[in-house]
Design a protein around this ligand. Structure first.
Ligand SMILES: Cc1cc2nc3c(=O)[nH]c(=O)nc-3n(C[C@H](O)[C@H](O)[C@H](O)COP(=O)(O)O)c2cc1C
Length: 424
């Protein structure tokens, strides 16, 4: 035994050591400048949108994080969207010149630097007091289209004034009271919104059980739990309590609760006739969001819409609904030459975006991805989200051997396609 050890020790030749020279140490000692601005520091530390999500989880009260992060009922739709995306595999090409990658694309007749749109999300000032204005500024400076929600906590006029030259869409719920809808449509037109995006998957509000379990209310109410939480997230509570109260800013006359508003806003009687009515009222581009049935999409095209967004509301409405990415190829095959087809649901990276583009989507809408950024680091966090999505999209295209969006094709993706889809 002792002999073996002796052999082992004597066969390892000792490293030849010497003192390092100063000239060699110099280049290694490059301390990074310390970023004193907390939001910018946190944003820069995130190497992915998943990192921003992890930071967000620490920064805001659990009820707020869960409101964004969660889905309806058992969250089957939510999990399925991620798992379908994660199942996708690329089939890359090499020996292609990808030295000049160009991720820009045309969305409804206008150039966009990347094939991404910021989806409409309600109550955004609850995630961070800078809310929709921060999202709009970050989107505007990246050249990304921002779709403001009817349920926004900043008015459509204020957003228009903040980013006057930038591309903006307004998301509409058709109210039971059509006169109110008309008022919003006219205001959106007057404020220079390029497109209306009508959401149709909200016959009634979905059941978000995390919100129920967390006792979530909008605006957040002060109770015993809140006081305890305040100690853990003092900056968030300070921000909330020292900025103007949360309100549905585009619906200035609204006095009721959120539940009452939802009951008034979401019209379970909404039908194709209402869509035809809206088409007559709005001369600009019209998009319908919240479709997963090819027949519904065909009906929308017949009414004259310019684009459809295949979406199940990020898994927040009907649980067990079709996964948008699963049905995308059939939509593209049937309607791709008649309308623009966009998609959303759980897109977290440029690589995710490229998968959808390969399958024929014109663009991808992201909701949570920028909200994680907003909760993690305010405007700097949203900027980080768009920066990450852009660099990841470019890198993926280069590694895939596809220098432009036109080079992305279904042959570059494997691992998708539920055979049962064929039966529908
Ligand atoms: C917190 C939150 C609020 C939302 N609010 C709205 C809304 O007011 N109107 C709407 O049409 N869609 C709304 N959505 C759905 C998004 O527009 C989009 O369909 C969905 O977020 C896409 O999934 P992703 O968040 O995983 O990207 C909301 C989504 C989230 C996460």
């Amino acid at each position: 035994m002792a002999a073996c050890m002796l052999v082992a020790v004597t066969t390892i030749s000792p490293a030849h050591r010497r003192l390092p020279r100063w000239s060699e140490l110099g280049p290694l000692l490059r301390p990074k400048p310390i970023e004193l601005h907390g939001d910018r520091r946190r944003a820069a530390a995130a190497a992915s949108v998943h990192d921003l999500r992890a930071i967000a989880q620490r920064r805001v009260p659990r009820a707020v994080f869960d409101y964004v992060d969660g889905g309806a009922e058992s969250e089957l739709s939510l999990r399925a969207a991620r798992s379908v995306l994660e199942g996708a595999r690329f089939a890359p090409r090499t020996l292609r010149d990808v030295s000049q990658p160009d991720p820009s694309t045309e969305i409804l007749g206008m150039r966009s630097p990347i094939p991404v749109v910021f989806a409409p999300t309600g109550f955004t000032r609850m995630m961070h007091s800078s809310g929709e204005l921060a999202v709009a500024r970050a989107a505007g400076s990246a050249g990304i289209t921002y779709a403001l929600s009817t349920m926004g906590t900043t008015s459509l006029e204020d957003i228009a004034a903040e980013i006057p030259g930038c591309r903006r869409w307004f998301q509409l719920y058709i109210w039971r009271d059509r006169a109110r809808s008309l008022d919003l449509i006219q205001r959106a037109e007057a404020a220079g919104y390029d497109a209306l995006i009508l959401t149709v998957d909200t016959a009634v509000p979905g059941a978000r059980l995390r919100d129920v379990r967390n006792g979530m209310t909008i605006p957040p109410a002060i109770g015993l739990r809140t006081v305890v939480d305040g100690a853990r997230h003092p900056h968030w509570w300070f921000d909330l309590l020292t900025t103007p109260p949360l309100s549905f800013a585009s619906l200035a006359q609204w006095q009721g609760t959120v539940a009452e508003l939802a009951a008034t806003l979401f019209d379970p009687a909404l039908s194709l006739d209402d869509l035809a009515w809206l088409r007559d009222q709005w001369a600009g581009k019209l998009i319908v969001k919240g479709i997963t049935s090819l027949q519904d999409a065909t009906d929308c095209v017949d009414v004259g819409v310019d684009a459809v967004v295949i979406s199940n509301h990020g898994g927040r409405q009907l649980d067990r609904s079709p996964t948008p990415l699963d049905v995308l190829p059939r939509f593209v095959e049937a309607l791709g030459d008649q309308t623009e087809i966009m998609v959303d649901g759980s897109f977290m990276s440029g690589s995710d975006v490229v998968v959808a583009l390969c399958l024929g989507a014109t663009a991808v809408l992201v909701g949570r991805a920028y909200l994680y950024g907003l909760m993690a680091a305010g405007e700097a966090g949203v900027r980080r989200t768009s920066e990450l999505l852009a660099t990841e999209t470019v890198r993926t295209m280069q590694l895939l051997g596809a220098p432009t969006i036109k080079d992305l094709s279904p042959e570059l993706v494997r691992g998708l396609g539920d055979p049962r889809e064929e039966l529908r």
